[in-house]
Ligand binder design. Sequence first.
Ligand code: RIB
Ligand code: CA
Length: 320
Amino acid sequence: MSAGPAPAPPLPVVVDCDPGVDDAIALLLALASPELRVRGVTAVAGNVGLPEAVRNAGHVLDLAGVPADLPLVAGLAGPIARTARVADEPMHGAGGLGGLRPAVPPRAPAPGHAVDFLARQALADPGELTLLAIGPLSNVAALLVRHPDAAAALRGVVVMGGAARAQGNITPAAEYNFHADPEAARLVLESDLAVRVVGLDVTRAALFPLEAAERLAALPGTAGAAGALLRGFVLRYRARYGTPAVPVHDALAVAALTHPHLLGWERGWATVECAGEFTRGALVTDLRTPERARRTDVALTVDAAAFTALLTERLAGYAG
Ligand code: RIB
Ligand code: CA
């Protein structure tokens, strides 16, 4: 009997992040996903300042036990067209990693700038590299401006950001990543990049429950550390919103790339409001006007149970 179709070769990805607890979980998930080959990590200011984002990403890569030669590169220290404003977001805890402060200093970043690193990676295999953009889109927008040829060589970009139908989380109209750098988000959505948007519409519908975090936290090694990060994340979210479960926003963007069938997608026109007094950073979509250019895929539904099971299983795999 035939063994069935051979598995597809792993997708090469670079993760652009602002760790952040959910960025940390997303990195651990991406590194534990056989569907992906992580070719590097780039850091951007957002949840924390750029130095802290680089530091925290280094700690997560050490925690994951990945080889020291996996490139970690620092990017923009703030938005492309506004003064930087680092989130004073208590959701991520002290230092941005839920208070996690390993005694061993984190791995050092590679020299150079993230935007130039992204360009080299994209041009090395035209049409193959996917960006997982799970922080403000400052680095991605800078790639479009500084290296348009490299941006055109990307296979696509999966973005954690926006809220097509749901209320925002930093203002009523806007989600944090798009609000932090709205000009960058608009540039990316209005570019020719193939963009998939994983926003609050789905991340808030796929809450990770406290009991699943507790089960992971009881495991040894990195699995237990991931569980502790998630447990603290849930407890802070419950303290603010009352629910014993938390949206692990960035991890769902990873799952959207490895398991797109877990989400329901609609393709349409999309951009980001940059000038509104109350609507800065709002994702604006038109998913129904036939003659409008439709090139952005927006996730509107999700199989929450399947996502929780996938994330739990893959993080548990770090228990050794
Ligand atoms: O709105 C959620 C997004 O903002 C996530 O990427 C989280 O890490 C924060 O950056
Ligand atoms: Ca993030």
